[in-house]
Design a protein around this ligand. Sequence first.
Ligand SMILES: [Mn+2]
Length: 229
Amino acid sequence: MPIGYDIVGDLHGHLNVLGQLCSRLGYEHLLMPPPDRRIVFTGDLSTRGPHNLQSLLAVRDAVMDGRALAVLGNHDDALLRWLRKDKDSARPKLAGIIAEIDSAHNPERLKKDLKAFLESLPLVLRLDEDRLLVVHGAIEDRMVDHPITAADRKFLLNGDAIGKTPEGRTLRRDWALAYSAAPFVVYGHTPVEHPAIRYNTIDVDTGVYVTGRLTAFRWPEREIVTVQA
Ligand SMILES: [Mn+2]
């Protein structure tokens, strides 16, 4: 049975909007694709949302059941570093999810579970016999056919950061311009107003935490589905 994929942009704790998107995709329930499809996440599952912990746990359960797949995002990585108790990793962006974890019924067991889940997430998902790649931030041609090195990790998670604007926003090079490998790449991390296929890639992050819009890209149909909260 050929498998189709619905690749969802950065979720950032907006489980309610994901519910809407799943209905629009024709799922009977949240995170319940039909047997011949999988729901795939471009990472940044929590932080910035109203339901950070619930989002993480719901996606984790779906991944464990084989209904979902996800790559690690930079916010997921920051949370993982905090869970590993690396110093200086409790950045302001983690305040919400940390408060939710700390007020849970059994925070220590929860931390262990979340750490195991986040550690299981790859940086690159290779799907449909390598015709489709999913990454969080960016990828370069040379990473497509070679094992990912520790040095590639930052690029995959954060994109090609080249500096800051005077307002403090990160400036990123448009890596897709240089991408010329064969697999189609779906990614997130950098919010766009209108997702569109460019140079054999598509950015499906519609910045749900600001816009209320969450987007899925359907493979192999190449359809773009966006819902507005
Ligand atoms: Mn990100």
